[in-house]
Structure formats: C-alpha cells, structure tokens
Design a protein around this ligand. Sequence first.
Ligand code: NI
Length: 253
Amino acid sequence: MAVTGCQSTGKKKKKKEDEGAAVGTTGPTRPNDGRPWNDAGSLQLPRSVGAKPSYSSVSINRPYVALTFDDGPHATNTPRLLDILRSRNVKATFYVVGTNVKRYPHILKRMIAEGHEIGNHTVTHGNLTKMSPDQIRQELRTSHEAITAATGVPPKTMRPPYGAITASQKSWIRQEFGYPSILWNVDPEDWKKPGSSVVASRLVNGARPGGILLVHDIHSASIDAMPQTIDQLLAKGFQFVTVTQLIAMDGQQ
Ligand code: NI
C-alpha cells in the first residue's frame, strides 16, 4: 500500500484551534475492553508533554526547532538519514506508521539508541476525521503497542495523518491517551517531489524559533536535502530538539 504524505488537509489549519485550552473533561471514555490503557506505560504523562491538546509550533524566542520525519521507517532511506543526523549530532522525531514498525523494528531500535524520539502516526495512515472514535482508538493503541514492543519506549505524542483531525478529537485523544496532537508550521511539500534543493530552501527559509518542520523520510530526495538543510540552519544559529523537548519550552522566553 502506498503511503502518501501528511500534507494538504491540515495545511491551512486555523491557528486558533492549535492554541486551545488545556485538556477538557468531556469526550469518549476509555476503551472498555478490560485492559487499562496504560498497560503499555503511557497514560500518566500529560504534564510532561505540555498542557495543550495540540501544537503546530511553540512560543519561544530561543532558536530551537524540531525536525520531524513522517511515514517511515523506510528500509534504506531512514538508515541513510540516521547516518546524516548522527554525523551532525542532531536529534529528530519520527512519526512512524504501524505497518512499517512491524517490518523494520531494528530501525526503530536504532532511532532510540541514537537519541531520537518516536511518535504515533497510526497503523494504516487513514484520515481520522472519517473514522469513529473506536476506529481511532484501535489505530492509536495498536501503533502505540507496536512501537513500545519494538523499542521499550512508549510514544508520547501523535501526529494525525494528513494533519486531518477535529478539535474534539484532539481533546479526547489528549485526555484518553495523554498524547498531544503534533502538527507543523513548516511544510516543504516534499511529497510533491520538488527536488532536494527546493525542499532544503523551503525548510531553511521557513524555520522560526519554536518551529516544527515536516519532512517525509520515505522519499530519497528528502534525505538528499538534509545535509544542506541542517548545515544551513545550524549556520543560522538554530538548534535541533525533539518534539517533547520543544513543547516543554512552550511559553518560556
Ligand atoms: Ni503521514
């Protein structure tokens, strides 16, 4: 099954929605199948992953950004990317798809061993706005458990495929799973294959303090763009942190 990018439907999200209030008390209750949700160790984490239901960037003045890679791992592109990141001592966040988690658990293990972070990007990469709450639960839970089984480290954030998610879904997912929904504010549209130099210049020119940069590590040209992207951002004074490190800084000047 072809896995497409995270683009389009979420691209023009209203900022207002991402700045919603702290976790509410309404919404569907926990899955009632006899197993507590935190059997994989995840539920009690809200404060460690910010207070908001969703982030597309954070409010800071210091030049930190989060580099995020979606839809992998890919058998060859992701290891090549990991080599590039390691050679520059850059930490990133990977929103992996559950089907690939099962295929390449060794690549996830390498990500964790090298200091990167892994987030939940569902199992089938479907559009959450077209799913029932129980379907969404199944997607998130199965992916959560696969990532945890592969690495021993439960994911702390999720990213909705295509950025497609409603305010209500953000709220109950945050409440039920502890996950903030992580969007982005720089999208080079690498899935349209504009070429590596265009991908790099869009990322470099779009980056601002507190920014979340979206890239897809399933595309070879996106990996080709990374050395120049990272080197130019470092030259501009940016530093790279993981998503949970970035949102922990939200509001700090
Ligand atoms: Ni995606």
